[in-house]
Structures are given as C-alpha cells and as structure tokens.
Design a binder for this molecule. Structure first.
Ligand code: NAP
Length: 210
C-alpha cells in the first residue's frame, strides 16, 4: 500500500489479457506486468503468435518481479470454440493455490466494416461470426475463468470489459460495433447484479481512453 492507502500492486496474480498482440492490449500487458508480485502468471491471447511473443519479451523486461513472472502466449482465434477451450486450458494450468488475485481483461475486439449500413447485413453467418468473437467469446471466457478459479477466502477475482462510447451512442454505419459493445456492457451489468446468481467477482467496464 502507498502512504495514501491506495493499492500499488495487483498481488500474486493470474492475469489474462485478450488482444494482447498489439494496440491497447499490448500496452496494458506491459503496465500490468509492472504491478504483479513475483509468483504471478500473465496469459496473453490473440491470433498472431509472433506478435504475442514480441509482447511477451517486452513484458518480461518490464516485470516488477524480474524472473518471478511466468508469461504464457496463447495464439488462438477467439471467434472459435476450440480457441476459447485452448485459452481456458492454459488458465487452468497457470492458476496456483498460492495466488491471491485473478484478473481477466476482456480487451480483444474488432470494429467490423464501418462503411456498411444495417440494410446490407443479410448474411446471418457473417453477423453470427462477428458476434461470436465480440460478444459470445467474452461471456464464455469470463464464465470459464470464474469456474476455473473458484471463490475461496483470500482470493480476489476481477474482470474488466474494455468498452467504448459506441456502447451508448449509435452511429448508423457502425451497426455491428455498437451492437457488440452495447451487448457486452449489458452482459457485465447483468452479471454484476445481486441475487443467487452473483458471480463473486468485481466486474468493471472501462473505455480504452482513445
Ligand atoms: N481504437 C480505438 O479508438 C478504441 C476506442 C474505444 C474502445 N476501443 C476498444 O479497445 C479494445 C482494443 O482496441 P485496439 O484499438 O487496441 O484494437 P486493435 O489494435 O485492433 O487490437 C485488437 C486485438 O484483438 C486481437 N484479435 C482480433 N481478432 C481476434 C480473434 N478473432 N481472436 C483473438 N484475438 C483477436 C488482435 O490480435 P490478432 O490480430 O493477432 O488476433 C489484437 O491484439 C477493443 O475492444 C476496442 O473495441 C478501441
């Protein structure tokens, strides 16, 4: 803790970041690695293995705990069930009993073709494919991570959804992107509600700030 009482590290954590090969996710991976205690593990997912390995090399240089951080690159397509399964397999094998925090950052997302209007989306398979990656995978990954790392005393569980102003404000040629971001926001608000179905995790939606 700092003198102001603000927490300055993320603990001995398992941190999973999707879309870590470039852009915002790659920057977040570096920043997060500086805040992890030795004994932590960082799981980086995206399709491009080469870019993930380059991101992992940056992270290893920046890590607070020096050699105390294990970094796993998982090159998978998250629009596919097999990709999600492979990522969850790595989550299970990376999680250890001495960890005190599980942090999932649902960052991966695609903008889609923003030159097209709603009337052009007549192909259901095309729309399904977009929603499968941008909506279904983040819901199933969140549920899978919470299942793989069950509640126990002393374990903090946090899930971050990287959202956009487009979740709230419609743009007529950004129909898929606005739909996907709004659905993800609602999913996280719904999951964060009270009652018997509450996930026992802190759920946050944050914009990437650009
Ligand atoms: N850029 C903006 O102005 C802005 C504004 C507000 C919110 N956001 C949000 O911030 C997040 C990051 O945006 P960004 O601009 O950094 O995006 P980006 O540069 O396009 O990066 C997207 C990331 O997602 C990965 N990805 C794409 N398709 C994938 C798939 N099928 N399976 C697995 N990984 C996949 C990409 O890696 P591979 O290609 O290697 O798979 C990449 O690492 C997104 O959720 C976006 O909606 C962005």
């Amino acid at each position: 803790m700092s003198s102001s009482g603000t927490r300055t590290d993320l603990g001995r954590a398992l941190c999973i970041i999707t879309g870590a090969s470039r852009g915002f996710g790659r920057v977040v991976a570096r920043r997060v690695s500086e805040l992890l205690k030795p004994g932590s593990a960082l799981v980086l997912a995206a399709r491009s293995g080469d870019e993930l390995r380059a991101a992992a090399a940056e992270v290893t240089g920046a890590a607070a705990g020096g050699g105390g951080l294990r970094v796993h690159c998982v090159p998978v397509d998250l629009s596919l069930s097999d990709g999600l399964k492979e990522l969850l397999d790595t989550v299970r094998t990376s999680f250890t009993e001495d960890m005190d925090h599980v942090l999932l950052i649902n960052n991966a997302g695609s903008i889609g073709d923003v030159s097209r209007y709603m009337r052009s989306f007549t192909n259901m398979a095309e729309v399904d494919s977009y929603l499968s990656f941008n909506v279904s995978s983040s819901l199933c990954l969140t549920a899978g991570v919470l299942e793989a790392c069950p509640r126990r005393p002393g374990l903090r569980r946090s899930v971050v959804n990287i959202t956009s102003l487009c979740a709230l404000k419609p743009h007529c040629s950004w129909v898929l992107y606005c739909t996907g971001k709004a659905a993800r926001d609602m999913m996280f608000q719904g999951a964060g509600g009270g009652g018997a179905g509450r996930p026992g995790a802190q759920l946050l939606s944050r914009t990437s700030g650009h």
